[in-house]
Design a protein around this ligand. Structure first.
Ligand code: ATP
Ligand code: MG
Length: 673
């Protein structure tokens, strides 16, 4: 008897219990949506701690930082409340801070921290800059221009930077050679293969020379060091003895390699949990086969399946089981529920256009509101722009909401501009940020920017070349730039740095953007964020790897008319809703051509991923699920007259069809209609 205080057997079903308490060796938990995979990770965490595992030996990898914190906080609460329940004087129980010593977060934030923490051992500069996808595209463009490859053919134009970035990233994440990738997926540009291969090499060297890491580098570089540096690998193997991974179906090959390299020794405990039906990140190189391969990598691994669903009512579960049967590849899973009352079937409703769809959703929220809080509702959209009408409607009707996913605050031009100054102070080698800043000025083009950046880097990264005669002549603003960089580099706080930069930047923004006032609102958000940090390191890391949601979220708050700041309807992309649940869920735009998207119709794997996306969306619902399909999309100026095949291919009795009068007479309609 281990003298445990948490009553695991009464909180978990037998398979969950087995998963939470099988500590030795490797364990794969494969289970459908809502079967308690994440809950099991929470209990495993508290179980490890109760059994005396030092929190510093635990590594918990999740899809967002928020998800990791939630697991830790719940485990903490479990331990704390059962300790007080049992009146035990067990002094080995953790105090409230102990779980902070667990290493947790996303793959990217974990690897980023490793690169900085072990920079000495790895022989790298810890002050590197993280390039987001847009920055990486710019960097590729710069390399392309600087190298002056012979890209002209009269057969086929050289691809755009976005396509190039995508090819290079996919090649790495899926470990497919550029030639094979292009021949298979982009046959039109095959004539450019040799140049693109060279560009990939040059791009890589460029990043290394300037201490720039894109998202792929952060993970792939750690993997490379783990393969080649025995000391580093052994160090990590000794440090992280208990590893847990949530949402394993969305890991890519480098992420799998990372885990495998650390978990090589039999003595390292590993549990991964996932649902192959929910793999929705193939476009970013995720490889759901990682789940199917687990048994090959670890022949002694235990496979545990969870089959009881605790999230959804039987009527909804019936629907998601039917959806899951349509998914061709993967493990077979049939979920059952012990809930006795069937509950309401999913509701399917066709509407004439997106505006009516938005009205219907708002009407339903208001109709149900007496029985629910606002934060019991979620509207899940395939892409963020499909929520535009819904946001407008909610604002008009005073329904408070928060927007999750889609264009991020830090992807906005003016925020990127300001951050470029900050990044230069942190890493003066950051050529991408130098370019961004210098080309803001009249008289400075790409060529001058490159020369000036080279001069600065050659001068040991001092800012003096900004004042040098040949450059100073190009633009009057270089002297003030020198002044502000010098001033900001001596600032005492992150907030002060931002203030100094804004004083300089806002007058520039006035020249380049008509809506500079509106954009300046975002700077308040940035300054608020800056106040939370006392080092540039953490500030830049969190902005790059765990960026805050769009400031539209703040708009929802000011429009709300509700006193409770947290009581809001969630409007989210399906991708960002992974792992979450709400009592009432709306899924919109369910017409063939939108869901599934018309571009995916001809490709089996893409269509399959669209189907999984729909499965993820529907399986977020606990008690009510609404599926809506407008006929007309103003943004496409087009009619989509078939409901989604994902709905049509299930037997009709799985949903109840609600009819809202389809075409109402609008007073502004001309009589001859
Ligand atoms: P997803 O695939 O969507 O990530 P999941 O398998 O991780 O789902 P959880 O989020 O852990 O599932 O659990 C779904 C819901 O079921 C949660 O509300 C959780 O608290 C509840 N639940 C899970 N297991 C049990 C249990 N044994 N008893 C009661 N409730 C449970
Ligand atoms: Mg989960």
């Amino acid at each position: 008897d281990l003298n445990l205080t948490v009553d695991y057997a009464s909180e978990l079903n037998p398979n969950q219990l087995l998963a939470a308490t099988t500590v030795d060796g490797k364990v794969l938990v494969i289970a459908g949506a809502g079967s308690g995979k994440t809950k099991t990770l929470t209990y495993r965490t508290s179980y490890l701690i109760e059994n005396g595992v030092p929190p510093s030996q635990i590594l918990l990898l999740t899809f967002t930082r928020k998800a990791a914190n939630e697991i830790k906080n719940r485990a903490q609460t479990l331990l704390a409340s059962s300790a007080s329940d049992s009146h035990s004087l067990n002094s080995s129980l953790p105090n409230s801070k102990v779980l902070n010593d667990i290493t947790s977060g996303t793959f990217h934030s974990f690897c980023n921290r490793l690169l900085r923490q072990y920079s000495g051992l790895l022989g790298i500069n810890p002050r590197f800059t993280i390039l987001d996808t847009g920055d990486a595209e710019d960097a590729i463009d710069l390399v392309n221009k600087e190298k002056k490859y012979p890209t002209q053919t009269n057969i086929q134009a050289f691809p755009r930077k976005k396509t190039l970035q995508n090819i290079i990233s996919t090649s790495r994440n899926r470990r497919i050679h550029i030639r094979d990738l292009i021949e298979a997926n982009y046959p039109d540009i095959a004539v450019h293969i040799p140049i693109i291969e060279q560009l990939a090499v040059d791009f890589h060297e460029y990043k290394r020379a300037n201490h720039l890491y894109d998202f792929d580098d952060i993970i792939s570089q750690v993997v490379r060091h783990l393969k080649t540096n025995d000391t580093f690998r052994q160090l990590l193997q000794q440090t992280y003895r208990y590893i847990m991974v949530d949402e394993y179906q969305d890991t890519n090959i480098p992420q799998k390699q990372l885990i495998d390299l650390i978990c090589q020794p039999d003595s390292v405990s590993l549990m991964v949990v996932g649902d192959d039906n929910q793999s929705i990140y193939a476009f970013r190189g995720a490889n759901y086969e990682n789940i199917l391969l687990f048994g090959e990598t670890y022949p002694a691994a235990k496979l545990i399946k969870l089959e009881q669903n605790y999230r959804s009512t039987p009527a909804i579960l019936d629907y998601i089981n039917a959806l899951s049967e349509q998914i061709t590849l993967g493990y077979q899973k049939q979920l059952y529920s012990k809930i006795k009352i069937a509950g309401q079937k999913p509701v399917f409703c066709r509407l004439s256009d997106e505006r009516k769809e938005a009205k219907y959703i708002a009407d339903t929220v208001i109709e149900l509101k007496p029985d629910y809080d606002y934060n019991d509702f979620a509207v899940l959209c395939r892409t963020s722009f499909q929520s535009n009408y819904i946001q407008l409607e909610f604002m008009e009707r005073n329904i408070p909401f928060i927007v999750v996913g889609g264009i991020k605050f830090i992807e906005r031009r003016h925020i990127k501009d300001v951050l470029a100054f900050v990044k230069i102070l942190y890493n003066p080698n950051d050529t991408i940020s130098w370019h961004r800043i210098l080309t803001l000025f009249k008289g400075v083009g790409a060529v001058t920017a490159t020369k000036l950046t080279q001069a600065i880097n050659a001068d040991n990264n001092s800012f003096e070349p900004l004042l040098a005669a040949p450059f100073a002549k190009k633009s009057e603003q270089l002297k003030p730039l020198y002044a502000v960089l010098t001033k900001a580099s001596q600032a005492e706080s992150v907030e002060q740095i931002i203030d100094d930069i804004l004083d300089f930047y806002i007058p520039i923004l006035k020249f380049i953007e008509d809506n500079w006032r509106e954009r300046s609102e975002d700077f308040r958000v940035l300054k608020n964020l800056a106040q939370e940090y006392n080092s540039l390191d953490n500030f830049l890391e969190n902005l790059a790897l765990d960026p805050p949601n769009d400031s539209i979220a703040a708009m929802g708050k000011t429009e709300s008319g509700s006193n409770d700041d947290n009581d809001k309807v969630t409007i989210s992309t399906i991708h960002s809703a992974k792992g979450l649940e709400w009592p009432v869920v709306f899924v919109n735009s369910l017409v063939d051509g939108m869901t599934p998207h018309h571009r995916s119709l001809s490709d089996f794997e893409e269509l399959e991923e669209e189907r999984k996306l729909f499965y993820v969306a529907c399986s977020r619902a606990k008690t009510r699920l609404y599926l809506t399909a407008p006929d007309y999309f103003a943004s496409y100026s087009g009619y989509f007259d078939k409901p989604s095949r994902f709905i049509a291919e299930l037997s009709a009795d799985k949903v109840s069809v609600e009819t809202v009068k389809k075409y109402t007479f609008e007073s502004d309609e001309p009589a001859w209609w």
